[in-house]
Design a protein around this ligand. Structure first.
Ligand SMILES: NC(=O)c1ccc[n+]([C@@H]2O[C@H](COP(=O)([O-])OP(=O)(O)OC[C@H]3O[C@@H](n4cnc5c(N)ncnc54)[C@H](OP(=O)(O)O)[C@@H]3O)[C@@H](O)[C@H]2O)c1
Length: 365
């Protein structure tokens, strides 16, 4: 049987991923840097455990020597992806993670040639951001073959886990980002607001620097991408103020205080996860006077449910040898319909092109 190792297995998402992987019979090795937390989890779940930190690439490679696929749940990934990818390249281990951080995805893509040579798959962002969004983008590119521009959005505002808060704070000084003419372009935080109909009436959404700006571009080849997220008014205001408060966020003591404040809770409860949902919207356009526009939507379970299901399903597919070597995106590796391998995902709900094979959009009724 192939060997899966979950790094960061005792974090909030890591714990859910570990339980799901065990339920599916994957018999994962649990791993992380903290002896106490790891021992507690190993005792509780009855799985093998492996403690190692990420300071020395040889140590990481040694720890992965007998592992076929590493699933990295240890974020912020700006601190963990690079040493773990390096370890995977040296040990010949496939790499999967759940990052949503653009610089991390771009840095992993930069190792594409190395991964191809080593015969391993590097598949970051196997999470809510970006599996459904990437698959929706691939579907839109199939509908409008010559599209020049993608706008994508997610309506899933919910109280995040502590780890997500820490990751956002860690990246708080990077501002916003869009993709223009194939290149990443820095823009102010919450640069543009757009009224988007996710299938239940228009809601204001703001541009967000989410990893989908990278993955959907590499999946579809479409050169212009903007990513939007619905935010309640106080959060939108906060994001705009962030432009002026950025120097304050950059100060180490303030970041430390925010991280401590964010440490009061782990993440959404099981009840909240069962009740949650996410609405995904996407638009592809061709520019010019007779430009065309197509819109499609998806509805998914709670973001954390999708993340856990998505991460484990991607790891299963990678372990089965279904993904090519080199840098891969979720839809690039497994196709637009991969999203329907996840429980409870509904769609694609297509607008503007009558298509008998498309389900009628119950969101629009
Ligand atoms: N893309 C998406 O849609 C999506 C969805 C959900 C979550 N996420 C991301 O997933 C990440 C994890 O979230 P979470 O809620 O599970 O966070 P969490 O509860 O804080 O867990 C983080 C885990 O990472 C480990 N870790 C952090 N920095 C490390 C380092 N430098 N070296 C080794 N281990 C390190 C922690 O171990 P220690 O306790 O030893 O520090 C812990 O096990 C976050 O970055 C979050 O943004 C992304």
């Amino acid at each position: 049987m192939s060997t899966l190792l979950i790094y960061g297995s005792y974090g909030y998402v890591g714990t859910l991923v570990a339980r799901e992987a065990i339920d599916r019979g994957l018999d994962p090795i649990l791993a992380g840097r903290d002896r106490e937390q790891l021992r507690e989890q190993v005792d509780e779940l009855g799985q093998a455990g492996r403690r190692f930190d990420l300071g020395d690439p040889d140590t990481v490679a040694e720890a992965l020597a007998d592992v076929d696929c590493l699933l990295n749940c240890a974020g912020p990934f700006s601190n963990t992806a690079e040493p773990l990818v390096e370890g995977c390249l040296r040990s010949g281990t496939d790499y999967v993670d759940i990052t949503g951080e653009i610089p991390v995805i771009e840095a992993i893509r930069d190792r594409d040639a190395d991964a191809t040579e080593a015969g391993i798959t590097l598949l970051p962002a196997a999470a809510l951001s970006t599996i459904p969004i990437d698959c929706l983008a691939a579907h839109l590119a199939d509908r409008l073959a010559d599209a020049d521009a993608l706008a994508l959005g997610v309506d899933a505002f919910r109280i995040p886990s502590i780890g997500t808060v820490r990751t956002v704070i860690e990246g708080a000084d990077t501002g916003g980002a869009v993709r223009r003419d194939g290149r990443l372009e820095g823009v102010p935080t919450a640069w543009r607001t757009r009224e988007i109909d996710f299938g239940r009436g228009e809601r204001p959404a703001v541009t967000m620097p989410m990893g989908d700006i990278s993955t959907t571009h590499y999946t579809t080849g479409i050169p212009n991408v903007e990513m939007y997220a619905v935010m309640p008014q106080p959060a939108r205001l906060g994001l705009k103020l962030h432009r002026y408060l950025a120097p304050v966020f950059e100060s180490k003591p303030v970041r430390w205080l925010l991280k401590q404040a964010a440490g009061v809770r782990d993440g959404p409860s099981e009840r909240a996860r069962r009740r949650g949902s996410a609405y995904i919207w996407g638009e592809a356009r061709t520019e010019g006077a007779d430009g065309e526009r197509v819109v499609s939507r998806l509805r998914t379970p709670d973001p954390y449910v999708v993340t856990v299901d998505g991460a484990v399903t991607v790891a299963e597919r990678v372990l089965a040898g279904d993904a090519d070597a080199g840098f891969q995106t979720p839809a690039g590796a497994f196709g637009a319909d991969f999203v329907f391998e996840l429980d409870g995902v509904e769609g694609f709900f297509d607008e503007s092109t009558p298509d008998a094979s498309s389900p009628v959009n119950p969101l629009l009724r």
